[in-house]
Design a binder for this molecule. Structure first.
Ligand code: TYD
Length: 254
């Protein structure tokens, strides 16, 4: 009797173990294989930048793209400028409390210092690890925002490109300064960088930008529709530069 029960228990355990092994093989193994494959093939790293005036929806779109890429098995890092480092903190204070006696030259220097640290400590290492870097603001913001303080946009670009890698894709989210400011005001107190006359000058500089990797995105549609437009460009980039991409792209867009 006892032996019979033991045999039954042992049989159940063996079945459970079999099911477990079966589940591991059927469900887990393909996921692990696919992720390993994709990470292996992403060894070059990709830099995707989001730009636009305040209230253009960059942060929302970075979040949505990040979720989608992660679901497809990509190794993603999300970064943001100004950073949380010492220079970035100084810049946030400036945005909160006003420029006061900080001169435009000093402001530009702080943005460059902050970016140097970001490139050295975060961006370059992530790219070297083969990760997909999503960056919320980069040197195109400096060209537009500090360019609107009367610096030569072309010179700002050259100074940045001396140390900062150019992106594989740059999304410029288009919104009118009026609507952008309205959105920012709804979220709370706008910063000192967010005055309408200033934002109009910033938007005018963004409007003149022309780079082979630049994609202008109209943000007047619903945010999921905007995300779909962005995804189409990302999918094209992945398909043309990474052999593994079609697997992920087909699965996600099906
Ligand atoms: P923002 O992305 O709006 O940060 P947060 O959403 O945390 O408030 O950036 C803060 C401000 O900094 C924004 O108004 C744009 C400005 N800025 C520049 O003027 N030059 C730059 O190079 C960068 C990166 C940002």
């Amino acid at each position: 009797m006892g032996e019979g029960r033991e045999a039954a228990v042992s049989h159940t355990l063996t079945c459970d173990r079999k099911e477990y092994v079966f589940c591991a093989l059927v469900y887990v193994l393909p996921v692990v294989c696919r992720m390993t494959l994709l990470r292996y093939r992403l060894s070059r790293g990709l830099l995707i930048v989001f730009e636009g005036i305040d209230g253009s929806g960059k942060t929302t779109q970075v979040g949505l793209l990040n979720e989608r890429l992660q679901r497809a098995g990509y190794d993603v890092v999300c970064l943001k400028e100004p950073t949380d480092g010492p220079w970035g903190q100084k810049l946030r204070q400036l945005a909160q409390h006003g420029r006061q006696q900080v001169s435009p030259v000093t402001e530009l220097t702080w943005f460059l210092q902050d970016r140097r640290e970001d490139v050295e400590h975060n961006i370059q290492p992530a790219l070297a690890r083969g990760q997909l870097v999503l960056l919320d603001r980069y040197y195109f913001s400096t060209i537009a925002y500090q360019g609107a303080l009367q610096f030569d946009p072309e010179e700002i670009r050259a100074r940045n490109e001396a140390f900062a890698p150019t992106p594989d894709l740059l999304f410029l989210l288009d919104v009118t300064p009026e609507l952008g400011l309205q959105r920012v005001q709804k979220r709370g107190e706008p910063s000192h960088f967010e005055r309408l006359d200033y934002l109009k000058q910033v938007a005018a500089i963004f409007a003149t930008m022309q780079f082979p990797y630049l994609r202008r995105i109209n943000t007047s549609a619903e945010r999921t529709v905007v995300q779909e437009h962005i995804w189409q460009h990302v999918a094209t980039l992945l398909a043309s530069t990474i052999q593994a991409a079609p697997i992920a792209v087909q699965e996600d867009t099906a």
